[in-house]
Design a binder for this molecule. Structure first.
Ligand code: AMP
Ligand code: ZN
Length: 103
């Protein structure tokens, strides 16, 4: 946990954010500023700043499985996933996350 990280605070329950899906590896919640009718964020419980700092290769598999489980749970069959990495690519929150975008 990083004390000044908004996603760590959300994971910690500081804001009472509703989780669409969660397991021991990650939580999934709605993006506060949705860019599609369905816009969810899959966020690992461990604080990793971005893909550039990722060391645990199993974690990405768990996150992608969580994408599958979440979309199955909400009945979303067609969707895009993306990961912004670095400021110039549009990363605003420096806690690794996968965007799920669908209609
Ligand atoms: P990125 O630009 O890839 O770092 O994505 C960060 C995303 O987090 C943006 O789409 C924001 O709208 C979203 N976001 C920022 N703060 C919150 C929050 N408190 N709850 C939900 N989503 C958030
Ligand atoms: Zn964090």
């Amino acid at each position: 946990m990083s004390n000044d990280c908004i996603f760590c605070k959300i994971i910690n329950g500081d804001f009472g954010t509703e989780f669409v899906y969660e397991n021991e590896h990650c939580v999934v919640f709605k993006d506060i500023n949705p860019k599609a009718p369905v816009h969810l964020l899959v966020v690992p419980r461990v604080h990793v700043e971005s893909l550039n700092e990722l060391e645990d290769k199993n974690l990405m598999g768990e996150l992608l499985m969580a994408v599958k489980e979440t979309t199955k749970k909400i009945g979303l069959k067609s969707y895009r996933v993306h990961i912004n990495t670095g400021k110039e690519a549009g990363q605003e929150v420096f806690h690794l996350h996968i965007h799920i975008l669908g209609k």
